[in-house]
Design a binder for this molecule. Structure first.
Ligand code: UTP
Length: 294
C-alpha cells in the first residue's frame, strides 16, 4: 500500500525561549547560530535534504528576523556582487526557498506546542506533514527526518523520532509506552507528557522530529491544556493510538538539545571540530583550555 507523499514541514517557533534569557529578549532563539548558520536554517536545510517542498513557520512576536533570513537581501547582495564576493553571495542566496514555498502563520499567545501545530492547520490542509523543533539539532548521515519518512513510507500513520534517556530525565519529555520492539522500531501503545520518573512507562522519549497524519488537527482543536497549563501535542497524539499505525524510530545520529546552554555549546563544539576551516585550531584551543582547567 502506498501512503500519501509528505510535502510540508511545520516549524513551531513561537515559544518564549526563557532558558536563553537575556539572549532571547529581543532575538528569536531559533536565530542563535551553531557554527555559521542559525538553528532554524539547520532545520530547514534538513527538511529540504529530505525532499520537503513547503515550509510553514508558526511564529510569535519578535520573530521577524526569521522571515528576513529566508528572503533575498537586496542591498547586501548588490554590495557583494559589486565587490566580486561570489562565494559569500552564493551562501547568502542558498537558503532562500522558491517563491511561495515559505509561509508564516501566527500563534498570538504561546499556549503550548500542540496549539502551535494546530495554528498551521489551514496551511497544511488534509495531508500528512512533518514537524520540526529546531532546538533539536541532529547530526546524521541521512537527515533524521529522512529516516522517519523512510519508515513512514512502509508503515504509514504517525512516526516519531525517539531516544533512550536516563530515567531521571523522563520528566522533560514525551515518553512512550512500547509494544512490539525490534530494537530500532518501537510500536507506540501509549504516550505520557513529562511523567514523574517513577511513573514513566519507559525511558524511550520523543525528540523534535515527527511525521503526523492530519487527523491530529480536530483532536488538537478540543485538546484541554495539561502539563504546564499548555495544550500538549503529546496528548493529542496519544488519542490517535489504535486508530492508525504509530511508531517510534531510534534514529541514527547524534542529537543536541540546543534549547539548553550545555547542548548549544556542545553542538557548536561538535560542528566546529568537524569544520575544515576551523576544526584543527579549535581542537588545539580546546586541549589548551582543558589543561588550564586541570
Ligand atoms: P520549549 O518547551 O523549548 O519552549 O518549546 P520555549 O519557549 O521554546 O523555550 P523555554 O523552555 O522557554 O526556554 C518547544 C518548541 O515548541 C515551540 C517552541 O518555539 C519550541 O520550538 N512552542 C512552544 C511554540 O511554538 N508555541 C508554544 O506555545 C510553545
Amino acid at each position: 500500500m502506498t501512503h500519501p507523499r509528505v510535502r510540508k514541514a511545520v516549524f513551531p517557533i513561537a515559544g518564549l525561549g526563557t532558558r536563553f534569557l537575556p539572549a532571547t529578549k529581543a532575538m528569536a532563539k531559533e536565530m542563535l547560530t551553531v557554527l555559521d548558520r542559525p538553528l532554524i536554517q539547520h532545520a530547514v536545510d534538513e527538511a529540504a535534504a529530505a525532499g520537503i517542498e513547503q515550509f510553514i513557520f508558526v511564529t510569535g512576536r519578535g520573530k521577524q528576523a526569521i522571515d528576513d533570513h529566508f528572503d533575498l537581501a537586496f542591498e547586501l547582495e548588490r554590495t557583494l556582487e559589486a565587490r566580486g564576493k561570489t562565494a559569500e553571495l552564493g551562501r547568502s542566496r542558498s537558503m532562500v526557498p522558491a517563491p511561495g514555498n515559505i509561509m508564516t502563520v501566527r500563534q498570538q499567545q504561546p499556549q503550548g506546542l500542540g496549539h502551535a501545530v494546530w495554528c498551521a492547520r489551514h496551511a497544511v490542509g488534509n495531508e500528512p506533514f512533518v514537524v520540526f523543533l529546531p532546538d533539536d539539532l541532529v547530526v546524521s548521515r541521512t537527515p533524521c527526518i529522512g529516516q522517519l519518512l523512510e519508515l513512514y513510507r512502509e508503515t504509514g500513520g504517525n512516526v516519531v523520532a525517539v531516544q533512550e534517556v536516563p530515567r531521571e530525565h523522563t520528566n522533560r519529555y514525551g515518553v512512550l509506552a512500547v509494544g512490539a520492539d525490534d530494537g530500532r522500531i518501537a510500536e507506540v501503545t501509549g504516550l505520557v507528557e513529562k511523567p514523574d520518573p517513577r511513573d514513566a512507562p519507559s525511558t524511550l522519549t520523543i525528540i523534535g522530529r515527527y511525521v503526523l497524519r492530519p487527523e491530529i488537527f480536530p483532536l488538537l482543536a478540543d485538546q484541554k491544556p495539561a502539563v504546564g497549563n499548555e495544550i500538549q501535542l503529546t496528548d493529542a497524539m496519544a488519542r490517535m493510538i489504535g486508530a492508525m499505525p504509530f511508531h517510534g524510530l531510534r534514529f541514527e545520529g547524534r542529537r543536541f538539545d540546543c534549547g539548553t546552554k550545555l547542548g548549544f555549546l556542545q553542538a557548536n563544539l561538535a560542528y566546529g571540530i568537524d569544520d575544515p576551516d576551523v576544526g584543527r585550531e579549535l581542537v588545539a584551543f580546546a586541549r589548551h583550555e582543558l589543561q588550564r582547567k586541570d
